[in-house]
Ligand binder design. Structure first.
Ligand SMILES: [Zn+2]
Length: 301
């Protein structure tokens, strides 16, 4: 039996919003079983916004959630860290509308969770186990979730930039693997788009301290991994798929995705209720449909 988890104690950090440029304080607080991950806008009298795809309102350059007139933005890196480290229940309190970008990766959030510590709760955890493929396609972009015996992600990117013509990676999403291989990968953007973003009121807090910026021939800052870009896309996808509200057992395969495609899949998952089941223990034996997942990898690469 696998049990739900929360944090051992509250912990805070401060930073700026990537898009708003505002200073913000983030506090993670322990929560009881079956509470889930919920954002709280302390500056708006404590309005609660559950981390669920039903509350998605924005998908341009970051994922935003809203309830009534209260919103929280750029939630994906924090959500990726929480679900990958197995934190099922937590209150995420903010005193502004955007989660701080920190260094552009999920590593600072992993550090926060590790510092707070994890506490097991006396209630079983439910996994969302995929039983048949769930697919969303849009022009040449494709995202699919296949049956598998663990949670893993395969991602390929293909941007019109010499460095990003083709990067592909498959990662098993476990706490340690995520913390080492995926969490440190930073947000990236293109120098030629910076001015356009700022005119639209986006990336106002962006700098070389919190994003990899790509010029015509290469990055303006040094990379943490040769393929940091596809690793960051995996990080984004894990954060966006967290909006289904349960830890996933399945193989997520993405080709040229973004927040729009990731959250569209999360919504499709919840709509296709016959495509998955809730189970209280991850399958120990390989799922019979592994062959389907294998063929999906070759389709995407
Ligand atoms: Zn991101």
């Amino acid at each position: 039996m696998d049990f739900q988890r929360t944090l051992r104690r509250s912990i805070s950090c401060a930073g700026i919003g990537l898009h708003s440029g505002n200073k913000v304080t983030l506090t993670l607080k322990p929560a009881p079983a079956d509470h889930g991950i919920r954002f709280v806008r302390a500056d708006l009298g404590g309005v609660e916004i559950p981390a669920n795809v039903a509350h998605v309102t924005g998908i341009q350059y970051a994922t935003a959630l809203a309830r009534g007139s209260a919103s929280v933005e750029t939630v994906e890196h924090l959500l990726a860290a929480l679900v990958s480290l197995g934190v099922d229940n937590v209150v995420v309190e903010l005193n502004h509308r955007e989660v701080p970008i920190m260094d552009g990766s999920a590593a600072p959030f992993v550090y926060l969770v590790q510092e707070a510590g994890i506490r097991r709760l006396p209630v079983p955890r439910s996994y969302l186990r995929v039983r048949r493929p769930i697919v969303v396609e849009h022009t040449d972009k494709r995202i699919a979730l296949y049956p598998a015996d663990t949670y893993r992600v395969s991602y390929t990117i293909n941007f019109d930039h010499p460095l990003l013509k083709h990067q592909a990676r498959t990662v098993e999403i476990t706490g340690d693997g995520f913390a080492e291989d995926i969490a440190p990968a930073r947000t990236f953007g293109f120098l030629k788009e910076v001015e356009m973003l700022r005119q639209r009121g986006l990336a106002l807090g962006g700098s070389l301290d919190n994003a990899v910026v790509l010029g015509e021939t290469g990055p303006l800052n040094s990379l943490r991994f040769d393929d940091e870009f596809v690793r960051h896309k995996i990080l984004d996808a894990v954060g966006d798929l967290a909006l289904v509200g349960h830890p996933v057992i399945g193989h997520l395969v993405v080709h040229r995705g973004g927040h729009g495609l990731h959250t569209a899949l999360a919504a499709r998952v919840l709509a296709e209720r016959d495509a998955w089941e809730l189970v209280q223990q991850p399958a120990l034996a390989p799922a019979p449909s592994l062959a389907a997942a294998g063929s999906a990898v070759s389709v995407a690469s």
